[in-house]
Ligand binder design. Structure first.
Ligand SMILES: Cc1cc2nc3c(=O)[nH]c(=O)nc-3n(C[C@H](O)[C@H](O)[C@H](O)COP(=O)(O)OP(=O)(O)OC[C@H]3O[C@@H](n4cnc5c(N)ncnc54)[C@H](O)[C@@H]3O)c2cc1C
Length: 472
């Protein structure tokens, strides 16, 4: 624990015990005497489904920017995740990715990676690491119903336990990590702090997901990702997860959304821009029902712009901004936000101004992920909440050009994954070398089909998987 000037023991409370809450606890644990995480739902003892994270039924990838942040906060956590069966997938070496501009190459040299695991396993490993700290505890079945304090300083929270008993928990720092349903905007308004600016942009995307027993060995099996195109806004992919399983998610916008009908799942996969997902599913055994969600709206609160911000309150994770999950940024932004909070605490401790400074720092990774998600979604005809202006269209044309170039240029592919994995700011895509490469276009010809390695083909032969003519 770092040295502090507080004469009495200090306490932080965290609202929400999901990934942002656990990582926030990791961020603050060395800067206060005690951290208490308050969570509405039960916390399972192992890597099991949890009522607080219904979205775990859909595949979750952790991009390298987020994975590095998790490891920074909880050294060894990613190694533990891999030891428990998660896959480290080099990008784009071990990915079969069909973008609107064509197939990405599987470059021999990898630059970035993603961690592929079930969300239940990721949450469990993070939780286990955080709760090892002797000064961190979690109180399940405890809902936070209000903030204590006034417009100048938040001094704790009011809670209701499952049996209905109400009490107050005082704290030097309250971290809101309660996700998409956060009530902080309402609580701030009730304290007289005014209305927080909120932006929403909804592409109307629905997810349908199912877990399969993989018909091939999953170690080193590639992630398959067929992306949507504004002309055919349907997407889908296969993510190899622990225990020899494939987590499969299919997505579509209004008018063409997938349903929870199990008999319609594989046929829907056949309507994507390419049949490779459907071909692979032909030989896979479903292990679960199909789960559907429409919880994909991009929603952001601009806390960092509020005229005044109370001491003692910080918000992280989806409670600040939730993104269309198709870009896979939510957990990474939560992790980067927690690192930003930890760094502000390390620099300034619990001093006056900490909360405001931390909230501004948390907004930086939010801003990058927001620009990436909204910059794409605004171009879908089904999108509500905003229309593409001239600058959006210009930027979109540039990004499409870059993406086409990336299909045949390692240099540009790496520059793009640098940004997409949240490891570098979007400005880096305007570097002279990247601009010049975009002007020249791809240096290699476009691929016309997905590229499987000889050993993957052998595995497919052994499993009787037949790729249809368009399947490569
Ligand atoms: C379909 C789908 C697919 C996704 N895929 C990806 C992906 O591939 N990669 C990725 O990085 N992200 C993905 N995400 C996003 C990711 O799920 C979220 O960004 C992430 O869970 C945010 O974590 P969080 O802790 O902020 O919120 P949540 O995980 O939503 O957790 C909030 C927690 O707060 C608790 N809570 C709420 N209110 C209270 C209260 N008043 N008192 C006490 N506790 C409370 C809840 O019970 C819950 O446990 C996906 C999301 C969806 C919907």
């Amino acid at each position: 624990m770092t040295e502090r000037s507080h004469p009495r023991p200090t306490r932080a409370v965290v609202i929400g015990g999901s990934i942002a809450g656990m990582l926030a606890a990791a961020a603050v644990k060395d800067h206060v005497d005690r951290v208490e995480i308050l969570e509405t739902h039960e916390i399972p003892a192992g890597p099991e489904p949890r009522a607080g994270v219904p979205q775990a039924a859909h595949f979750h990838i952790l991009l390298s920017g987020g994975a590095d942040a998790v490891d920074d906060l909880l050294p060894g956590a990613v190694g533990r995740l891999l030891a428990a069966g998660a896959h480290r997938v080099p990008m784009t070496t071990n990915m079969i990715m069909y973008s609107p501009e064509g197939w990405y190459r599987r470059w021999k040299r990898d630059s970035h990676h993603l961690i592929a695991a079930s969300r239940d396993l990721t949450d469990f490993v993070v939780r286990e690491h955080v709760l090892k700290a002797p000064n961190v505890t979690v109180r399940p079945l405890t809902r936070v119903t209000a903030l204590l304090g006034d417009a100048r300083r938040i001094t704790g929270v009011r809670v209701r336990e499952a049996g209905g008993a109400e009490s107050e928990v005082t704290a030097d720092l309250v971290v809101d990590a309660s996700g998409r349903a956060s009530r902080t905007p309402r609580w701030l308004a009730e304290l007289g702090l005014g209305r927080v600016r909120e932006d929403r942009l909804d592409s109307g995307l629905a997810y349908a997901s199912r877990v399969y027993r993989a018909p091939v060995a999953t170690r080193n099996w590639p992630v398959i990702n067929i992306q949507a195109d504004p002309r055919l806004p349907r997407a889908g992919g296969i993510v190899p997860i622990e225990d020899g399983r494939w987590h499969v998610s299919l997505m579509g916008t209004s008018g063409g959304q997938p349903t929870r009908d199990p008999d319609a799942f594989a046929p829907y996969a056949r309507t994507l821009r390419h049949p490779v997902v459907a071909d692979l599913l032909d030989r896979a055994e479903p292990l679960t029902d199909v789960v559907v969600t429409r919880s994909t709206v991009n929603r952001r609160y601009y806390y960092e712009r509020l005229g005044s911000w109370p001491e003692g309150l910080v918000a992280v994770g989806d409670s600040v901004a939730a993104f269309n999950p198709v870009y896979g940024h939510g957990m990474s932004v939560a992790a980067l936000g927690a690192v930003a909070l930890r760094d502000r605490l390390a620099a300034a401790g619990l001093r006056t101004g900490l909360a405001r400074q931390a909230q501004r720092a948390i907004a930086r990774p939010v801003h990058l992920a927001w620009s990436l998600a909204v910059g794409q979604d605004i171009h879908y005809p089904t999108t509500t909440g905003g229309k593409a202006g001239f600058a959006d269209r210009l930027l979109h044309r540039y990004v499409s050009r870059l993406s086409r170039t990336a299909t045949g240029s390692y240099h540009v592919a790496t520059a793009m994954t640098d940004v997409l994995t949240l490891q570098t700011s979007g400005i880096s895509l305007l570097r002279p070398g990247v601009l010049a490469a975009a002007v020249r276009g791809p240096s290699r010809p476009q691929l016309t089909a997905p590229t499987f390695t000889p050993s993957e083909r052998r595995l497919m032969d052994e499993a009787d998987i037949v790729l249809s003519a368009a399947g490569g």
